[in-house]
Structures are given as C-alpha cells and as structure tokens.
Design a binder for this molecule. Structure first.
Ligand code: HEM
Length: 468
C-alpha cells in the first residue's frame, strides 16, 4: 500500500496512458490522460462513476461509512443531501472569514513558542503545521478550543518549563488522537480482510468507541450561535436558520449521525491534506531562491508592515504569485493524486468497452506532469498559472482537488488556510531548510504524506531585503 503511488507511476512509465491491473481479484483500469477520463471527470449527477472504490469495501460497510457522510457514501440521495449541506456551510463567507481569523490567531500562538525555543532550534514543521491545523480546524468546525499547539510545545521542553494546561485539554487531546486515527482506521478496515477483522480482538470495538466519542461534538452550545461548522449544520433548516435553503432536498435538518460523520470527514479529510500541502509548498519555496524572493516581494508590497491585518478580502483578491506558487507545488507533488471509481453501467472509454462494476482509476499526479498538457513539465514554474502567461493551463489538466462529481468540498477553505499560513510565515521569517541538499521524503497512504520537514526560522531583516 505504502508504495502504490510509486507502483502506478512505474506502470505508467512501462505501459503508457492506459493499463490494466488487479486489486485482489477485482479488475481495474488506470487512466493517465484527460481525454480518456472524460466520462469520469464530469460533475454531472448523471455520472456513471458516482461510486468510489472504497464504497464497495466490506470493511467500510461495517463501519457504516457507505451510507452516510460523503467519502464512502454510495446512496445518491443521502450523499446529495449531505453534500449540499456541507458545501453550503464550507463555502459560506462567514465561515471562511472565521477560518482566516482563527488561523492567524493560532499562527501567532505558535510564534510565541518559536521565540521561546530560539532561532537556532530546528523546528519539525510537519508537527508544528499539524498542531496549528488541528487547533484551527477544531475551532472552526466546532467552536471548541483545543490545545494541540501548546501540548506539542510542552512535549519539546523539560518538565519544569512546561506550561500547565486546563484539565479539559486531556479530554481534547484524547479526542484529537481519535479523530486523527480515524483515517487510519478507515485504511485498516479497507485493507484488512473480513476474517482477520473479526478474529482480531478489539479492532471493531475501537472503531465503535471512536465514533461514540466523536459525539461530544454535538454538545449543547447555548443560545449564541457562532460561525463554526457545527453551529451551521445544527441549525440549517431549523427555526434558527436565517438562510433557509429553499430547494426541496434541503427540507429536513441533518440527523445526528450525519452531522457526526460529516465533522469526522471534514476533520480527517482536512488536517492531513492541509499539513502535507503546506509542508510540500514550504519546501518548494525554500529550495528556490528566485521564487522565494518574488513571493516575499509580493507579500511586502501588499502588506508593508507586520502590524497590517491580513483581511479576508486581501487574501481573496491579492497575492496572485503566492497562489501560483501553491498551484505549481501541488501540480508537481500532488497530495491526493489518485481517484478510483466504480462504473455503475456498461461504458466505453478510450475505445474500450467495459461492463458495469469495472474499477476505473485516474492518476492526476501523472496528468499534472504529462507532456501532452504541460511545457517543460518537470520544471517548477509558478508563472504558468499567472493571468499574463500566454500558454494557458488546459481545461481539466490541473486537478489537485479532484474533478469528478465528488470534487473536494473543502477546496476553498484549504486554499485560504494554506495561503494565510504562507503569508504569515514568509512576511516575518527567513525560512531555511535544515538539510538543504536533501530531497523531500514522502510516502503514499491514500494520499501523499510528508515524512518530515526540518527548518530554521530567523526573524527577517526587512531593511536589508529592501536595500538588496
Ligand atoms: C490541500 C488540501 C486538500 C486536498 C489536496 C484535497 C483533495 C481531495 C480530493 C482529490 C478529493 C477527491 C475528489 C474526487 O473524487 O473528485 C477530496 C474529497 C474530499 N475532501 Fe478534500 N482535499 C483537501 C482538503 C479538504 C478539506 C479542508 C476538507 C474539509 C473541510 C476536505 C474534505 C473532503 C471530503 C469530505 C471529500 C469527499 C467528497 C465527496 O465524496 O463528495 N478536503 N479531497
């Protein structure tokens, strides 16, 4: 499993744009070109490729993941309701503004800890970014304050320098551990055959316990409603909802199980992918001095003083080069490079006919570096994503968030969060890789995960930079 992405890339080198492989005794096809994958890369609800491969998995069925929430849901009617509700919440301006504010607060908290550690201490950024993202996500998803950042800071210091944390932090750290492991449980249930799952004591019990503990997310919040996702989902289409959605599919509120599942998916879908995308992008910037200088120049020109607040509007409308760098980084090392769907009807693709039930994969990682679509595909050139670039990005060739009916609902939120962190980081710090000659290491487990990114942070000497 951990090498399956490399395996698929090797198959591409050997067999080309389309090839066949087997998952157990299930026949599957992998497509590496957009024109071949047109029937899959459609956002029509009539798509024949609505069902994900994970939904055909007995383990996921056992977890109840195939009839509620989004990722594994194979019941179109349930999925549609859940999807529209989550989209409605995740794309609300109020919610995204809250994300931008909370992520800046959490970043400032991390800065206090970095100052305390001193600028000669190597910082394991995968862990720092994970902790910042966890605290930001839980706060914006549920309104609860968690202590992932301060707990991580404590873990780096001798006992006498640790700060006491509120008693509730223990409860939250246990819950965060559970939420963080849910995706691993999903992977485990997906990969482990039924026989083993039922004869290995404790596995099913663990999953049930985790689902149960996630229920605290629905605790009563009192009368005052905030912009967090939980408040939005609890009130949507109830008497407290001022924005009642008027489509017939929305004419009921979400039930308890649906809300829990959506929060778990929003958390587990978001934290890891945002952390990994951030670490890959920071690495790419630090490796390329010219890119770093241009990015810093853009940030300094848009926010001249450290005291300037990064507003939601500035974040959305300014920083085109920063956005281009983020895109180029996710083109070259795509966090979620592969999707696998099941054909619900017979179909004909790339001149081949296949029966309903066939598994069809699309490798975005290859499409992002395919010579048919990109000039100089292996080079890091953020300019290709700028408006002024004459060689426009071809339709459907850039798919970091997927491109099917099930395209990532968290894409706007992820984009704003990553951009905020990059701006906050590079406006104030000279970021240096501890091992500049080492290539970034990552492994694939349903998505590409950064194995570690150590950096030194030094306060930037802005006058010096301006004079240069
Ligand atoms: C850099 C960050 C992220 C990346 C690269 C990413 C990527 C993806 C991809 C490739 C898919 C599959 C799309 C398809 O099948 O066409 C997906 C689905 C999904 N993502 Fe994300 N994602 C990110 C952040 C987030 C965030 C922040 C959330 C939640 C707040 C989220 C929640 C989900 C969910 C629930 C699905 C399943 C959607 C469905 O089946 O209808 N993701 N994501």
């Amino acid at each position: 499993m951990s090498d399956s992405y490399r395996f698929f890339n090797k198959c591409y080198e050997q067999y080309g744009d389309i090839y066949e492989y087997y998952i157990g005794n299930r026949r599957a096809i992998m497509l590496n070109r957009v024109d071949m994958a047109e029937n899959i890369l459609t956002q029509s609800i009539k798509s024949k490729y609505f069902i994900r491969l994970v939904a055909a998995n007995q383990g996921w069925e056992e977890l109840g993941f195939t009839e509620r929430g989004l990722v594994g849901n194979k019941v179109m009617k349930n999925w549609l309701l859940n999807r529209r509700m989550l989209n409605f919440c995740l794309t609300s301006t109020k919610y995204i503004k809250e994300i931008v504010n909370v992520s800046q607060e959490r970043f400032s908290e991390a800065e206090e800890y970095w100052t305390e550690l001193g600028d000669s201490t190597p910082l394991e950024f995968t862990k720092w970014m994970h902790a910042i993202t966890v605290d930001t996500q839980i706060r914006t998803l549920t309104g609860q304050i968690t202590y992932a950042l301060s707990s991580y800071r404590n873990s780096l210091l001798a006992a006498h320098r640790q700060q006491p944390l509120p008693e509730s932090s223990l409860h939250y750290s246990k819950l965060i551990n559970h939420l963080c492991t849910i995706s691993r449980v999903g992977q485990f249930f997906y990969l482990m055959p039924w026989y083993f799952r039922h004869y290995v004591p404790g596995i099913r019990g663990t999953a049930e316990r985790m689902k149960g503990e996630a229920r605290w997310l629905q605790e009563e919040e009192g009368e005052e409603l905030r912009a967090d996702l939980l408040s939005l989902m609890l009130t949507i289409n109830t008497q407290k909802d001022l924005n009642r959605v008027k489509t017939s599919e929305f004419e009921r509120p979400l039930d308890e199980e649906e809300i829990v599942q959506l929060l778990i998916e929003a958390f587990s879908g978001g934290v890891d992918s945002i952390t990994n995308a951030l670490c890959f992008t920071i690495y790419d910037i630090c490796k390329r001095p010219a890119v770093k200088s241009r990015l810093i120049a853009e940030i300094d020109a848009t926010l001249p003083s450290d005291a300037d607040i990064l507003s939601y509007d500035a974040l959305t409308t300014s920083f085109p080069y920063t956005s281009a760098v983020m895109k180029e980084s996710s083109r070259l090392l795509t966090v979620a490079p592969i999707i696998a769907q099941i054909a619900s009807e017979d179909d004909e693709v790339a001149g081949y006919k296949w029966r309903a039930g066939m598994t069809v994969g699309v490798n975005h990682g290859i499409i992002h570096r395919h010579k048919a679509y990109w000039k100089d595909p292996e080079a890091f050139k953020p300019e290709r994503f700028l408006d002024e670039c004459e060689d426009k990005v071809k339709p459907k060739t850039f798919l970091p968030f997927g491109g099917t009916l099930r395209i990532c609902p968290g894409r706007f939120m992820a984009d704003r969060l990553i951009k905020t962190f990059l701006i906050m980081l590079f406006r104030k710090y000279e970021v240096e890789l501890c091992e500049p000659d080492k290539e970034i290491e990552y492994h694939y487990a349903m998505s590409n995960k950064c194995k570690g990114l150590k950096v030194y942070l030094k306060a930037r000497n802005k006058e010096h930079t301006a004079a240069a």
